[in-house]
Design a binder for this molecule. Structure first.
Ligand SMILES: [Zn+2]
Length: 141
């Protein structure tokens, strides 16, 4: 089951975590005995399957993070999905077109659903742009 995110309020900050800490991660104060307004609430999972979200900017833990987990310390990697759920992303080896590996990420829609013209051209634009010489690791100005 997908872990839910817990939001708590403390020291005038909104803090998001996967499990309830004993101390406030921001100020270090013990959380027990906090006021009711500061009580933690569970939020729906913010993660989506990047291969099922078309025309989105995707953020996921970097490939060298073995568990591909958002642990608060791992590097993040970004990609852009086409209309068929292929995720274009750039790594040391150049542009990748991933059919898997982006099942658990944060997605930000890039195209409004009523922008039919752009949606129809999206895959072509993405293909053309990612074929550009600037994405070739051997390319230098
Ligand atoms: Zn605090």
């Amino acid at each position: 089951m997908e872990r839910s995110v817990i939001r708590l309020s403390h020291c005038q900050k909104e803090i998001f975590c996967f499990s309830l800490p004993d101390e406030c991660p921001s100020c270090g104060e013990e959380l027990r005995g906090s006021r009711l307004q500061e009580a933690p609430v569970s939020l729906p999972s913010p993660f989506t399957d990047g291969h099922k979200s078309s025309c989105c900017l995707l953020v996921a833990p970097a490939h060298d993070n073995l568990h591909r987990d958002f642990d608060g310390t791992s590097d993040l990697h970004t990609g852009i999905s086409n209309t068929k759920g292929v995720v274009y992303n750039y790594t040391r080896g150049g542009v990748r077109r991933d059919q898997s590996g982006w099942e658990r990420c944060i997605s930000v829609p890039l195209v409004r659903p009523d922008m039919f013209h752009l949606l129809a051209q999206w895959d072509q634009y993405l293909d053309r742009f990612s074929d550009g010489p600037m994405w070739d690791p051997a390319w230098h100005r």
